[in-house]
Every structure is written in structure tokens, then in C-alpha cells.
Design a protein around this ligand. Structure first.
Ligand code: NDP
Length: 453
């Protein structure tokens, strides 16, 4: 029987971190590749996530530097912040990256369809704009995730992380729903830019999954910086006032909060609505995710999925690795087993926090009493000099039986930059004695990592 002829070897739906990497690598192995994207090439991380967020963090952080500058002898007169200037500069950088990603696809001869695509069958993709149907030996779904908007009256007045980068004006008062990554990162940005920020969460936990001592420290510091918190306070409704501002009514709270913008950051759901996966016999999981095996293959052997749409680890570097490994396996004859152990992560709050490996609570659950915890609670030199009371906190969790470092968690200036290097040691299985044997690099904050006794 003659072999079936397909239009493409690989058709990728979604040109975000995972999809672009898979397209580029598959094409470099000689595959004929096409990618469809309904919004902008680059995906969440580049267009409306990690990258523009980090630029806003940098932009807002000048407030602290400028406040502290006087102690270092600088006189800065007529300080003024202009939101449209920062916003537009950030959006221009997003345009630059969008163009760079597009060029990468072009250079690798990946055909691009700037329209929505859905699955029409195990080897068929329907292009919504043109109505065309194309065939592919393999299809990769890399459509990412989408912000969850809880159901309450007036939620149409609220924005999500999709819209926050485009605000016309800087809101004077911001209410943020949720107390996860996005909520606390934007709480830090708006607070530093001079807005009044209230973080509202349905539970009394912020940053679930991070070490408790660090979360407590972040809460203390951010409250001292003027951020207000309302815990155990689900949204009841949001109403618009005659003056254009909003009343945010919370369950169990007598007085509404008044806000000029309400940002909802209550998690992100896999972006699978209307994708047509049922046409290939694929059943979605409880959160709308695409179930896949360790290789990223769905229940339909010709259809694969990587990144947030699989709802495993919602982090850019993971989507990139998954996309790369898939392309290598399908077209490069190379099998890579991804290792999800010891993934470092950070929250770009102000101050930022970062962690790798087990938290103290997780280690105690796994190892019982056989865990040693070392910590350094210190005031960075830069803060002392600037009369800033904020203290950093580093924690090292060690297996008492083997001396192996199980986790490192830190909050303080530059914590993510320092943790990335420390994560190599944790991943490599180094011991506390290895840290002790390393000479301190003085004066630095990072030296605390080798001085914990
Ligand atoms: P998170 O999962 O970090 O936090 C969600 C927050 O919303 C929690 O406080 C949670 O409360 C609350 N919540 C969840 N569901 C509801 C609901 N139905 N009603 C009210 N509150 C609710 O989500 P984010 O949106 O902040 O971020 C999404 C993902 O994006 C993250 O998980 C992360 O993987 C990724 N991301 C990573 C970043 C980074 O690496 N720096 C930056 C930004 C995003 P509770 O804890 O009580 O459940």
C-alpha cells in the first residue's frame, strides 16, 4: 500500500515558547513544518507575560533606588513618573521580540499561518480564517493557558494579565484578586509606582507551594511598604460608580473597596476550548488539560502537546524543553527524558523570592525528623546604608542522614539571580559540606549561602 502523503511533517498550533522551539528544532532536522498562531508570535511569555512583566518590575524598581539615592549623596530633583512612557517602551520591546521570533521561524523555513487553527482529525487541521484544511503526519498542540475569571456579578469590569500591560492610565487604587505569582508581582509593581494596592484572596495562603518563612517575610515587608491584604474574602460583586471607579464587594466584609482598576489573577486554565480535540478522540482532563504521556503524546498517536496546555508545570523553560525534546524524538532520532525534579522558580515581587527543591514542610513530610534547616536572616548592606529596615532570609534544607542539600529558598534583593546558580548545586546533589568548603565571595548577599552554620 502506498504511504499516505501529508502536506506537512509537523503542524504546530500555537507559536508560544513551546511551539516555536518545537517548530524550529523539527525544521532543523529537515521536517516540513507549519505553525498557526491566532494572536501574536511569541506567546504569553513574550507578548503578555514574563518579559513585559519583568520590564515593568525594572521600571517600578527605580522608585526604591531613587528614594535611597540621597543616602548615597545624590540629589534628584523633580522626580516624576510617566506611565504611558514606560508602557509604550515595554510594548515596543514586545514588538521587537515578536519580530525576532517571526524571523527565527522564517529563517528555519517554518510556514506561518496567522489565524486560528483547530483539529479536524488525527492528521487534519482546519484553518479558521481561510477555511482551508491541511494534513500533517504529526500535530503539536501548544496553545498554552488562559487567565481564569471567576464567576461573579460585575466581572466584566475586571481586567486580567492580558489587559494590564495596556492600561490607559496608572490607576490610583488597585484591587488585585488572587495571591499567587501574578497577583504579587503586579502588587509590587503598582505599589512601587505609587498606587494604593489591596490584595484580596479567597484563602489565607499566599504563594502556595513556597516556603512558609519566606511567604511570611514577603507579607511583612509588603505590608510595611503599604500593600493591604484581605484574606478569606472571595469576591461577591463589582459595581461601577457614576465617577467611573469601582466598588468591590467582598463576602463577609461590611465595606466595599473602592478601586480604579480591578485585576484578577486567580490562575490560568489550559487553552483548549473549541480546539476540536474530540475529532481525534482525545478526552480532556478535569481542568481542560490535554493528558499526555512522558513523551508528550496524547491518546491519539499522531497528536502531541507541550507546555501549559498539559497543565503540568506552568513555566516557560519547561515548555521550551518539552517542545525541544518532542522535535528531537519525532524528527532527530533522539530520545530525551525530561527531568522535572528540582525546577527552580521565582516570584518577581518586591523584594523577590526564589526557591529550588523541597521546602521545609515538604522535607519534614518526606524525611520525618531527619531534616536539618539552616538559615540566614540578614539585613543587606545596601539596605543598612539606605536606612531601609528590610531583611533578607535564606534557608537551606538538608537531609541529616546524607548531608545532601534538599532545597534552598531565599527572599531578598536579587534572589532569583543568586538562586539560579545555587540551583545547579542542589540539582547536582551537593552536600552542605560542599557549600561550607566554598570560600565566601565578600562582600555580597550570596555569600550567606556558604556561611550558614
Ligand atoms: P497562581 O496559581 O500562582 O495563584 C492563583 C491564586 O488565585 C491563588 O492565590 C489562589 O488561591 C487563587 N484562586 C485560584 N482559583 C480561584 C478562584 N476560583 N477564585 C478565587 N481565587 C482563586 O496563579 P497566577 O494566575 O498568579 O499565575 C498562573 C501561573 O502562571 C502560575 O501558576 C505560574 O505557573 C505562572 N507564572 C509564573 C511566573 C513566574 O515564574 N515568575 C509569573 C507569573 C505566572 P488559593 O491559594 O487559596 O488556592
Amino acid at each position: 500500500m502506498a504511504e499516505q502523503v501529508f502536506d506537512y511533517d509537523l503542524f504546530v498550533i500555537g507559536a508560544g515558547s513551546g511551539g516555536v522551539r518545537a517548530s524550529r528544532i523539527a525544521a532543523s532536522h529537515g521536517a516540513r513544518v507549519a505553525v498557526a498562531e491566532e494572536y501574536r508570535i511569541g506567546g504569553t511569555c513574550v507578548i503578555r507575560g514574563c518579559v513585559p512583566k519583568k520590564l515593568l518590575v525594572y521600571g517600578s524598581h527605580f522608585a526604591e533606588e531613587l528614594q535611597d539615592a540621597a543616602n548615597y549623596g545624590w540629589t534628584v530633583e523633580k522626580m516624576h513618573f510617566d506611565w504611558p512612557t514606560l508602557r509604550d517602551a515595554v510594548l515596543r520591546d514586545v514588538d521587537r521580540l515578536n519580530a525576532a521570533y517571526t524571523t527565527t521561524l522564517e529563517n528555519n523555513k517554518v510556514e506561518r499561518f496567522l489565524e486560528r487553527a483547530t483539529i479536524a482529525g488525527p492528521n487534519a487541521v482546519r484553518l479558521a480564517g481561510s477555511g482551508r484544511e491541511v494534513t500533517a503526519r504529526h500535530i503539536l498542540v501548544a496553545t498554552g493557558a488562559w487567565p481564569v475569571m471567576p464567576d461573579f456579578p460585575g466581572n466584566e469590569h475586571c481586567i486580567t494579565s492580558n489587559e494590564v500591560f495596556h492600561l490607559e492610565q496608572l490607576p490610583r487604587r488597585v484591587v488585585i484578586g488572587g495571591a499567587g505569582y501574578i497577583a504579587l508581582e503586579f502588587a509590587g509593581i503598582f505599589n512601587a509606582l505609587g498606587c494604593h494596592v489591596t490584595v484580596v484572596n479567597r484563602s489565607e495562603t499566599l504563594l502556595r507551594g513556597y516556603d512558609e518563612s519566606l511567604r511570611d517575610r514577603l507579607l511583612q515587608i509588603t505590608m510595611a511598604r503599604g500593600i493591604e491584604y484581605k484574606f478569606n474574602a472571595p469576591f461577591e460583586r463589582v459595581e461601577q460608580r457614576a465617577d467611573g471607579a469601582f466598588d468591590v464587594v467582598l463576602k463577609g466584609q461590611p465595606d466595599p473597596l473602592c478601586a480604579d482598576a480591578v485585576l484578577i489573577a486567580t490562575g490560568r486554565r489550559p487553552n483548549t476550548d473549541g480546539l476540536g480535540l474530540e475529532n481525534a478522540g482525545i478526552t480532556l482532563g478535569a481542568r481542560g488539560e490535554i493528558p499526555v504521556d512522558a513523551n508528550g503524546q496524547t491518546s491519539c498517536p499522531s497528536i502531541h502537546a507541550v507546555g501549559d496546555v498539559t497543565d503540568r508545570v506552568q513555566l516557560t523553560p519547561i515548555a521550551i524543553r518539552e517542545g525541544h525534546a518532542l522535535a528531537d524524538r519525532l524528527f532527530g532520532g533522539r530520545q530525551t527524558t525530561l527531568d522535572y525534579d528540582c525546577i527552580p522558580s521565582a516570584v518577581f515581587s518586591q523584594p523577590p523570592l526564589a526557591g529550588v527543591g523541597l521546602t521545609e514542610a515538604q522535607a519534614r513530610e518526606a524525611f520525618g525528623g531527619n531534616v536539618k534547616v539552616y538559615s540566614s536572616d540578614f539585613r543587606p548592606m545596601k539596605n543598612i546604608f539606605a536606612h531601609r529596615p528590610e531583611r533578607g532570609l535564606y534557608k537551606m534544607i538538608v537531609d541529616a542522614a546524607t548531608d545532601r542539600v534538599l532545597g534552598i529558598h531565599m527572599i531578598g534583593p536579587e534572589a532569583p539571580e543568586i538562586l539560579q546558580a545555587a540551583a545547579i548545586a542542589v540539582k547536582a546533589g551537593l552536600t552542605k559540606a560542599d557549600f561550607d568548603a566554598t570560600v565566601a565571595l565578600h562582600p555580597s548577599m550570596a555569600e550567606e549561602l556558604v556561611l550558614m552554620r
